[in-house]
Design a protein around this ligand. Sequence first.
Ligand code: BES
Ligand code: ZN
Ligand code: ZN
Length: 484
Amino acid sequence: MELFIKNLKIENVEAEIFAVFMTEEKAKVFKPKTEIDNLIFSSFKDFRGEFDKMSLIFLNSKIKRVLLVGLGKEKELTLERLRIASCSAVKSAASNKIRELVFSVPATRLHSKDVAASLAEGAVLGDYVFDKYKTNHDEKQTRIEKITFLHENTKLKDIVQRAKIICEGANNARELVNEAPNVAHTVYLENVAMEIAKRNDLRITVLDENELKNRGLNLILAVSRGSFCPPRLVIIEYEGDKKSKQKIALVGKGVIFDTGGINLKPSGHIEDMKCDMAGSATVFFTIETAARLRLKKNIIAVAPLVENSIGPNSYRPGEIITAYNGKSVEISDTDAEGRLILADALSYTEKNYSPSLILDFATLTGSIMRTFGEFVAGIFGDQKTAKKIFEAGEKTYERVWHLPIYEEYKNEMKGEISDLKNLGYKEGAYAGAITGAAFLSSFVEKTPWLHFDIAGTAFYEKQRGYTPKGGTGWGIRLLIEFLK
Ligand code: BES
Ligand code: ZN
Ligand code: ZN
């Protein structure tokens, strides 16, 4: 999709669809000034500017159709409402098989930069569908090729361009998460990471099975044992600020499919488990987006890639494995595999890359979904970072809530015959998301660290506004906002 800003009078606009975004207040006092205004006004009867209500008007002029899009009451207008309204305009054009739109940028109490960015976000995110496996062309959604934003400040071009790059990052993450698990296996994800590194000129290191063995990343190896897919640990490095010693590590869970292992998941819980690599998609496309935007930050993206499968060599409940950091871990449940691969990835990252901050992203627990549904991600760990992330999330509408890792929760994860076990507190039934985070906390020694449980937010069971069913691309806009 190409986005442009043009400073044009309405008389000079040519468009297949001209989307006019209007608050209820504006709709009430709308006075026609031009011939086109007159035509619009004559079809106004059922349009009052209510939020997300639309009215499509056919004109016999250079503007072929006007789409009136309601923004609701001015005082209730938010950036999120603008994203949703923009997405609705795009979806309406697509369902009419139209590929080009012109957008009015409404004057509201919000800053025009934010308004333009939000409209761009809603359009790019709302245009995404996963239809590559539809062989019948008629079943594929029409994609929007071009949107021209009308505004007197053509400097907004840079703003919408950046919004577009960020949302393309989210769409790429969606595409990778939606990809079928027979295609998106560990080596496929490794190749995606290699391509990201290549096209953005970033350093990449991949540890294969032998190197994982030599370095003692035994938890990653244990989880991977039941699968034909070879395990990997991928590390991409982006150096955007050579003068600074600060470095942020983003660590993402990359389980290409989670059967549960010998503690097999039952029907009803296993079907969507291709989503279990969403954390890795988040970190891969965040680092690519940061590189494309040339953010002045040093970032590394780390992803352990495995399949949690069943085979004659699968790891079993009762096994005791020595982690990379030397701690012994008893496997109480092979389905609590995410924390195991992350544990090794976290301590490996801290020891070998000395980051100043570690953020990890994982579809870690069903427990977080029972708490927040699909609307909010749980965050755990460093208070100061949590506060900043919260603020960034309020802006991008990727909302988070901080939960505590009290000493008592950590004690629940202590083993009887080992240092730690991977399941605690009433066999995982109590405080599951917190005890998962408590387990991880034993693998970060001194670096400020924040864990994101994205099991609910990473994958939707149905479409909502500009977020499609399936992979959501959650976290990329939030992280870029935080990094900025
Ligand atoms: N990948 C799952 C968590 C998950 C559940 C992600 C639903 C997305 C949607 C994770 O590996 C898992 O199986 N967690 C268990 C942990 C339990 C055994 C302690 C869970 O939450 O049930
Ligand atoms: Zn699991
Ligand atoms: Zn899992």
